[in-house]
Write a protein that binds this ligand. Structure first.
Ligand SMILES: Nc1ncnc2c1ncn2[C@@H]1O[C@H](COP(=O)(O)OP(=O)(O)O)[C@@H](O)[C@H]1O
Ligand SMILES: CC(=O)OP(=O)(O)O
Ligand SMILES: [Mg+2]
Length: 403
């Protein structure tokens, strides 16, 4: 018997880009992936990659997300995969900030849209783009269930001691001031895969997971549930990132207002868009930073030192939080591909049972793999994340449950 294919389109939309994947969830394989870049600029680029044909590339202006989405639909049609003929089961959207409201994926309606809009102030690099994309998709795919999958949802299990800031309590009640955490879709996927690789049920394993991409965060996962994570009220707290500072003294904005005359907006903008690797090394992309460091650039060397030192501090902290750690797991573009970051950030931790085997660590491979020595007390594992597959699976499960 041949099964009816179940197609899900996944959209991960930023302020000037649309990343998408079309998955056939029956066989769990990708039919196409793609990216529209530089939306709103004079010339944009669409790169569409069908699974079984040459990439389809277009250079043309995409004045807004609607135009970008229309170009995506066209790219599918011109490469022989008309979306309307596939009868999509769902469109799954990555939404970064869901506040305390969403523990699970939801079908998008006007009220959900309003809540995502209200939360935009807490994720200014992410939610506004997510919203524009959702609205465009609602118009382009009328009648197809649209599902929001939130980065914050997986961290709704954080205990009060981990999510409470020691600040005036009315800020929490009136302004939602607490820690939320992000990259949850990635943590859900990666922690389940890590448990499988360890041959144990997720409820039995304690993990420290390091999601190191453009945005970067760490999470302590106890028995499959997130109990602490390094991002907080917004995706600015915690580790050093491409353009974000991560942890700083909270007195910094007031200090700069008094001494440099900067406005709060200017400081916020600098900490979000002009800090991190970009500030210290002059580049936000890890590959460029590594190349500069190898060429002797002192700023790039310091940036890498600060980046890895911050990760090591969080690993130590989460070891203390968990008490027992079965594995440290690396994921995200940097975590999956940069053996130097993995080695540096776990150096000096042998007393905790954490070590990286140089040969395994430097072996080039895109696959899931152990990089700790064979007899290590704590496993160190690389697990390529797949947020799109997780979003598609969660979206389909919701649509099926909704009948
Ligand atoms: N081979 C590599 N070595 C070091 N860093 C890499 C490598 N490949 C990708 N990266 C880094 O991964 C980061 C992007 O991670 P990714 O998870 O793709 O980002 P995003 O958060 O946008 O999804 C960039 O800093 C990039 O330089
Ligand atoms: C929440 C977040 O930081 O996401 P990204 O890594 O995609 O920027
Ligand atoms: Mg990512």
């Amino acid at each position: 018997m041949t099964e009816t294919p179940e197609h899900v389109l996944v959209l991960n939309i930023g302020s000037s880009s649309i990343k998408y994947e079309l998955l056939d969830m029956t066989g769990r394989h990708r039919l196409a992936t793609g990216l529209v870049e530089r939306i709103g600029q004079e010339e944009g680029t669409l790169t569409h990659r069908p699974a079984d044909a040459e990439p389809y590339v277009r250079h043309e202006p995409y004045p807004d997300h609607e135009a970008g989405m229309a170009a995506v639909v066209r790219a599918f049609a011109e490469t022989g995969l008309a979306l309307e003929r596939l009868s999509l089961r769902a469109v799954g959207h990555r939404v970064v900030h869901g506040g305390a409201r969403f523990r699970d994926p939801v079908l998008i309606d006007d009220e959900v849209l309003r809540t995502i809009e209200d939360l935009s102030v807490l994720a200014p690099l992410h939610n506004p783009g997510n919203l524009i994309g959702i609205r465009a998709a609602l118009r382009i795919f009328p009648g197809i269930p649209q599902v929001a999958v939130f980065d914050t949802a997986f961290h709704q299990t954080l205990p009060p001691v981990a999510y409470t800031y020691a600040v005036p309590v009315e800020w929490a009640a009136e302004h939602g001031v607490r820690r939320y955490g992000f990259h949850g879709t990635s943590y859900a996927y990666v922690s389940r895969r890590a448990a499988e690789l360890l041959g144990r049920d997720p409820s039995e394993v304690n993990l420290i997971v390091l999601h190191l991409g453009n945005g970067a965060s760490a999470a302590a996962i106890e028995g499959g549930r997130s109990v602490d994570t390094s991002m907080g009220l917004t995706p600015l707290e915690g580790l050093v990132m491409g353009t974000r500072s991560g942890d700083v003294d909270p007195a910094l904005p007031a200090h700069l207002a008094r001494t440099a005359g900067l406005t709060l907006q200017q400081v916020d903008d600098a900490l979000t868009r002009r800090s991190g690797l970009l500030a210290l090394a002059g580049a936000s992309d890890m590959r460029t930073v590594r190349a500069k460091a190898e060429a002797g650039d002192e700023g790039a060397r310091l940036a890498l030192g600060v980046y890895c030192y911050r990760i090591r501090k969080y690993v130590g902290a989460y070891y203390a939080v968990l008490g027992r750690v079965d594995a440290v797991v690396f994921t995200g573009g940097v975590g999956e591909n940069d053996p130097y970051t993995r080695a540096d950030s776990l150096s000096g931790l042998t007393r905790l049972g954490i070590a990286v085997d140089p040969e395994r660590n430097f072996a080039r491979s895109p696959a899931e793999r152990f990089i700790s020595p064979p007899d290590a007390e704590v496993a160190v594992i690389v697990v390529p994340t797949d947020e799109e597959l997780e979003i598609a699976a969660q979206s389909l499960a919701l649509v099926r449950a909704a009948g």
